[in-house]
Design a protein around this ligand. Sequence first.
Ligand code: 5AD
Ligand code: SF4
Length: 473
Amino acid sequence: MTEILDLPADATAAETPQSTAPRRKLFIKSYGCQMNAYDAQKMSDLLAPAGFDETQSLDDADLVILNTCHIRERASEKTFSELGKVREVKLARRADGLATQIVVAGCVAQAEGSEILRRQKAVDLVVGPQNYHRLPDLLRRAETAPVIDTEFPVEDKFDFLVKAPRRITQARGVTAFVTVQEGCDKFCTFCVVPYTRGTEVSRPVEKIVAEIEDLADAGVREITLLGQNVNAYHGEGPDGRTWSLAKLCARLAEVPGIARLRYTTSHPNDMDDDLIAAHRDLPALMPFLHLPVQSGSDTILTAMNRKHNRESYREIVRRLRVARPDIALSSDFIVGFPGESDADFAATLDLIREIGFASTFFFKYSPRLGTPGADMDAQVPEDVKAARLIELQDLVETQRRAFNQSLVGRTLAVLFEKTGRHAGQIAGRSPYLQPVQVDASDTMIGRVAPVEITGVGPNSLFGRLIPREAERL
Ligand code: 5AD
Ligand code: SF4
């Protein structure tokens, strides 16, 4: 591994040797989940000492990275169509005597590998989500011939990533993502993640704490801990024991400057007693939880290999609401999984009505090559899936509006993130992640303050800052 990066494993930006070559431009586009967004930031940070500055303009880019997502419909097709456009840019730049390297990263890279180089000759490098720490070296090698790196490495990529300079972290705002766990051992029958991101791996506590202390030092106030199965976290603690997510959250709540913690995405079976209790005991842990259930029908949950059922999900929600009465939930649902009957779908609608979600993500089942679901009989016809999707959409939209409306008149703690849409306005987020617009000075950015919710727009809430005097009453 020594040839991969000319940096020590614990290199900080301040210590990072800067290249004397002219700076080049990096265009990076990320698709899909928040972990992909985090990975894209890390790639950018890693390439900065190698001489790259980010640009928003594809035409100017010396290096183009598409950080792809493979989870749902036509992911590969979207990648190839995007690559077609990037190829045009590469050819136009070549006519002007400029070189452009094209990289396909992320989960399509992992899943398709050499197929990408076969179908799109303009691509220089295909790199999987566990290998992007090798980018500087891989790019050098790709100057002579196309390169693929999708083998799961033995080393921990996080040991090779570099810290962003403080000014970059500050420019990214007061909220940040931090990956604490990657991969999945659950093998739901619809899902490609166990194949693209590999088995479950948790980062050691001390490394996470160090990363979050740096972020807090640069002004970050809210951290979202990321993992494909984040509540299955089982990282090595400073005491040599295995720490759970609950214990990690308790430690992170002590980091000076960190006001808010969130974590996503969770599996119902990993909501253990300690984690439920953490929602009661840790004020920093926001009362908003993304807990995908996928379906309300036990038959379908079994076919999905979810390893939980409708009743066990309801029981977890009951316990969470006892622990933290103001908790709100969001979930993912798949409609049209193979074998889903009208009655199964009705059970899903019924569960949604019963639980009452603050927000919901819903998807038409799309067979993913290599997953057991793709080979199942009784695939649901497209028109049935589409009709069910519309019905689901109506229900969850009604619920979302009802939840937003229920907040009018209540006082919520808002973390202010940026200036608002209009002069004199600032925008923040409620504990439930809704954008909140408030008339207040931008000196409030980075602070958490009580806001009385006065109105609801289509996608945000409006509120009035509670004056300090009132706050003390
Ligand atoms: N088809 C449709 N939706 C899917 N998801 C994952 N795989 C598929 C698939 N093959 C959804 C699940 C998951 C979310 C991230 O994407 O609901 O929770
Ligand atoms: Fe995919 Fe299921 Fe693992 Fe989530 S728990 S990443 S849906 S296999």
